[in-house]
Write a protein that binds this ligand. Structure first.
Ligand code: MRU
Length: 355
């Protein structure tokens, strides 16, 4: 297996007047093309249209989006209001992944309080530094998650994952896939089943591509095959990522994750979530309070350039679901595994101050 990903998910190019460069994930796996975002509107569009996606990567993109949003000759007097405006705008790009809100809060908090009379140039530099710190920290958290979880994978086992929680979904290396990369790096041999993940096929287009490119043994299945594959005894472990984890451990992740967790429970297979501290939202007592994104029905009826349903048919397209904590064997974090998943174990992992 190769050590480093064959792509760069997102990066800042240049100095404070630079721009955001991201791999356009809507074109994968057939085209590897980078997209440069030089305005906050372009960053917003990239997040909304899933050119950059996956909770931690969205957080990094939003933080860098703030920097480009503050570039256009913002006078000192209008700096604070423009910063608020840019952050509020980016907050409307997608609702479920808490990393977006977490990163924007961090960017704002970084300048508060700032001494009176500091030049906008200096403030913009501070914002750029904070966005780069968020990116660097995310890389480190992914590596730590990999190390924390790698021993869960036994020699010769089958591991199933849903959606994409890999390097493409983070600054680098991933969360659920980090566990697999770390296990492979330690010499373990195992087999991954990747759910294709309807409707936008993040599993087929992104996870299968990433694992295949990195030399990890992966088999793609349609979502509705998971039960049969489990029944045949081919899966010993499930690991998925997360978009937001409430204080009691209820976990929002890509639509279909809840079904996979139920199937895992029915077949006696441990179901793990891998996520960094930035994905925990301890202000929510349970998963019922997590906002679930509803996306355009055309993603189901007209995906990838072909109409596959009658014109005008009603469609419901929630992009995420919530898996109750009781179905989760453990949450793999950068600070070790939270197990069992309860209010108390989550609080004690992140301390009273919260994640
Ligand atoms: O709609 P997406 O592609 O942004 O959904 C992504 C997921 O659900 C991932 O599993 C989650 O963000 C974890 S990424 C480490």
């Amino acid at each position: 297996m190769t050590q480093n990903p064959p792509f760069r998910t997102i990066e800042w190019v240049g100095d404070i007047d630079g721009f955001v460069r991201l791999i356009d994930q809507t074109l994968l796996p057939t085209t590897v093309q980078y997209r440069d975002c030089r305005t906050v509107e372009e960053v917003w569009e990239a997040i909304r249209s899933l050119r950059v996606r996956g909770a931690p990567a969205i957080g990094v993109a939003a933080a860098m989006g703030v920097v480009v949003g503050m570039q256009k000759n913002v006078p000192l007097g209008g700096f604070a209001s423009r910063l608020q405006e840019v952050c509020d705008y980016l907050r409307t790009s997608r609702p479920t992944a808490v990393n977006l809100f977490w990163a924007l809060e961090r960017m704002q908090a970084h300048l508060q309080p700032h001494p009176e009379g500091v030049k906008p140039e200096r403030l913009r530099k501070l914002l750029l530094e904070e966005s780069l710190r968020i990116e660097t920290e995310d890389r480190a958290m992914c590596r730590a998650i990999g190390l924390a979880g790698k021993d869960l994978i036994g020699e010769g086992q089958g591991v199933l994952t849903h959606c994409n929680a890999g390097g493409l979904a983070t600054a680098d290396y991933g969360t659920a896939l980090a566990v697999m990369f770390a296990a492979a790096e330690s010499g373990k041999r195992f087999h991954v089943f990747a759910d294709e993940t309807r409707p936008l096929l993040q599993g087929a287009r992104l996870t299968a591509w990433e694992l295949h490119e990195r030399g990890i043994d992966v088999t793609l299945i349609c979502d509705n095959m998971a039960a049969q594959v489990m029944k045949e005894g081919r899966v010993q472990l499930v690991i998925v990522g997360a978009d937001r984890i409430a204080a009691n451990g209820d976990t929002a992740n890509k639509i279909g994750t809840y079904g996979v967790a139920l199937l895992a429970r029915a077949h006696g297979i441990p179901f793990y979530v891998a996520a960094p501290s930035s994905t925990f939202d301890l202000s929510l007592s349970s998963g019922d309070q997590i906002p679930i994104e509803n996306r355009d029905g055309r993603e189901i009826t007209h995906a990838f350039g072909r109409q596959t349903a009658p014109e005008g048919v009603k469609v419901y397209n929630p992009a995420f679901d919530v898996t109750p904590a009781e179905l989760i064997a453990g949450i793999i974090t950068e600070k070790g595994i939270i197990r069992p998943v309860t209010n108390e174990s989550i609080r004690s992992k992140w301390g009273e101050s919260g994640a």
